[in-house]
Design a protein around this ligand. Structure first.
Ligand code: AMP
Length: 228
């Protein structure tokens, strides 16, 4: 990563929460508000899989099993993406870091360019709610918009309201794999939440409320930290 000096307005926000917590939906609202780019490692991996790149081929085997892609691969991909010009205002990291070594690698890379994580948000949702959300989730192949067959169905079945793209069910959202992803999350990512809590930059938001209520709680959290 280039050793540039942090500019006054560069802002790095980490958005954490188990699979199905609503990170993708909320990330879009936060990015629009703060004018920063949304970087989702899950989306970056899915794009690589779709394009059949070597990175995609490697990532796919882990993703299909609900396992994490190895840290070295994930960190290299994220840092390369963070270095592109559209992230010069800052970025909202969605789904990264997911392990302590990833959090430490991020901190070191940001420090090298005079930057740091400004705020870490944890969206907390009970396990049973997560499982019901994941098993009914549909995603657009083209723009990654998400829908839910009961809570937020598309206007036309299997078609994205936003871009008209085809909707599909992620293979890793099947119940058994989803259960495993939640176990992996608890084991690997809970220590990352504690890591940011110890640094005093963690804000916990109840993600088990309406989308609008979560959005308001997030706005309040951003304002309280003077990043909104
Ligand atoms: P997500 O869309 O965030 O649920 O991510 C889907 C899958 O991509 C995960 O189950 C992992 O296999 C992989 N993945 C996404 N982000 C990371 C990360 N930070 N570290 C390792 N694997 C990741």
């Amino acid at each position: 990563m280039a050793a540039t000096t942090r500019r006054g307005w560069e802002m790095i926000v980490v958005l954490m929460g188990p699979p199905g917590a609503g990170k993708g939906t909320q990330a879009k609202a936060i990015c629009a508000e703060l004018q920063i780019v949304h970087l989702s490692t899950g989306d970056l991996f899915r794009e690589a899989v779709r394009e059949g790149t070597p990175l995609g081929l490697e990532a796919q085997t882990y993703m299909n099993r609900g396992e994490l892609v190895p840290d070295a691969v994930t960190v290299a991909m994220l840092l390369e993406r963070l270095d592109r010009p559209d992230a010069s205002n800052g970025a909202l990291l969605d789904g990264f870091p997911r392990t302590l070594p990833q959090a430490e690698a991020l901190e070191e890379a940001l420090r090298a360019r005079g930057s740091r994580v400004d705020l870490a948000i944890y969206l907390a949702v009970p396990r049973e709610v997560l499982l019901s959300r994941l098993s009914g989730r549909w995603m657009c192949r083209d723009c990654s918009a998400t829908y839910h067959e009961s809570f937020n169905p598309p206007t036309v079945a299997e078609q994205c309201d936003r871009c008209g793209g085809e909707l599909f069910q992620r293979p890793d959202d099947r119940r058994e794999t989803a259960e495993h992803r939640l176990d992996v999350y608890m084991e690997q990512t809970v220590p990352v939440i504690e890591y940011y809590r110890r640094k005093g930059i963690l804000v916990e938001v109840n993600g088990d409320q309406s989308r609008e209520a979560v959005e308001r709680a997030l706005q309040d959290a951003l304002r309280a930290r003077r990043v909104g």
